[in-house]
Design a protein around this ligand. Structure first.
Ligand SMILES: Nc1ncnc2c1ncn2[C@@H]1O[C@H](COP(=O)(O)OP(=O)(O)OP(=O)(O)O)[C@@H](O)[C@H]1O
Ligand SMILES: [Mg+2]
Length: 313
């Protein structure tokens, strides 16, 4: 509804992880390059971790676009609440490997044969599991078995596990040490700095068709950083609602007060005050008050879990 008022072609702060809107910070570029390098050099097993809402799924979508451009075969599982037998069913279905049998050993043999064929024809095969912090130990154990599919020189299947920091905690547990030892590369996403938050807002507005006249005042963007701590999903939430409220008040550029009111509405102002000029410690994101306040707000903006556990890409 505000698009006409702000002369925008589309909604700039959509919560979908749309790779068109990917804003590359040095950190994100490093993570993306790491993922591409790890896959190209057949490292076998890579993790991508980062705080909730910091762009893991967005990055994975960009990675998938790149992989498809290269003709790689991919399976993307984004509902990690599955048991071991479902894991194999999903993988075979995603790669379109026909297999009548439901027996795990038969399925593994079929997969191995198919992977060898792909390897011989020079194709890269990648399995990406998002939200991997939810995987159970038995499923993690199966993933370890998958990392054993190899020739004498190369891994046949490249596996990327993407998830929140709990994934790293899980992988530190003694019962998962065998899997942990197989991680060849660890990539990370991180919240934006204040400058990056400003650039991110400007970049999304630009992609959505904004002209050169400012939409957010500098003070308003400072406030967005203060209340979001640079977490892109929260930045989107604050900006989207600020656009709506500013439209109602016919205000352009948007002033700080509008952002403060939105932050208050979503109880983001109950987080311990942070000096916006200082470097925010990672501990802040783990503090109970921060997580509690954000949890509520974020849950309204999480994407609904899809009906089916896999999505064909
Ligand atoms: N680098 C980025 N460039 C553009 N948009 C981003 C970026 N990082 C995050 N976003 C936006 O922030 C929102 C959250 O991103 P995303 O869903 O990728 O986070 P996530 O780390 O996967 O979160 P979760 O831990 O809840 O799975 C999305 O709306 C996405 O568009
Ligand atoms: Mg995600």
């Amino acid at each position: 509804m505000y698009k006409g008022f702000f002369k925008l072609k589309e909604n700039p702060f959509n919560v979908n992880p749309d790779p068109r809107y990917l804003y590359l910070t040095k950190e994100i570029e490093e993570a993306l390059t790491g993922l591409m390098y790890g896959i190209q050099t057949r490292k076998g097993f890579i993790t991508l971790t980062g705080e909730v809402g910091t762009g893991k799924t967005t990055l994975v979508n960009r990675l998938l676009d790149w992989l498809h451009g290269k003709g790689a075969r991919t399976a993307f599982l984004f509902n990690s609440r599955m048991n071991s037998s479902q894991l194999f069913d999903f993988i075979l279905a995603e790669f379109e490997i026909p297999c009548e049998s439901k027996s795990k050993s038969q399925q593994l043999m079929k997969l191995n044969q198919w992977l060898l064929d792909r390897y011989r024809s020079g194709e890269t095969v990648v399995l990406i599991i998002d939200e991997a912090q939810n995987l159970t130990y038995p499923v993690m154990e199966e993933i370890r078995l998958l990392t054993n599919l190899e020739t004498s020189t190369d891994k046949l299947l490249q596996i990327v596990l993407s998830g929140q920091p709990e994934l790293e905690d899980k992988l530190r547990l003694p019962q998962l040490r065998q899997l942990r030892q197989r991680i060849m590369l660890r990539c990370r996403t991180a919240p934006f700095s204040k400058e990056q938050t400003h650039e991110y807002i400007a970049e999304r507005l630009r992609i959505a068709g904004a002209d050169s006249q400012p939409i957010f005042s500098k003070e308003a963007m400072d406030a967005v950083y203060l209340y979001s701590l640079g977490i892109p999903r929260v930045v989107n939430l604050l900006c989207e609602h600020s656009l709506v409220n500013a439209y109602v008040e016919q205000q352009r550029p948007i002033l700080k007060k509008i952002v403060e009111d939105v932050a208050h509405e979503f109880q983001l102002d109950e987080v311990d005050p942070v000096n916006p000029a200082s470097n925010v410690s990672v501990d802040v994101f783990n503090s109970e008050s921060f997580v509690q306040n954000l949890g509520e707000a974020l849950s309204r903006f999480r994407m609904e879990p899809p009906g089916t556990p896999t999505r064909r890409r």
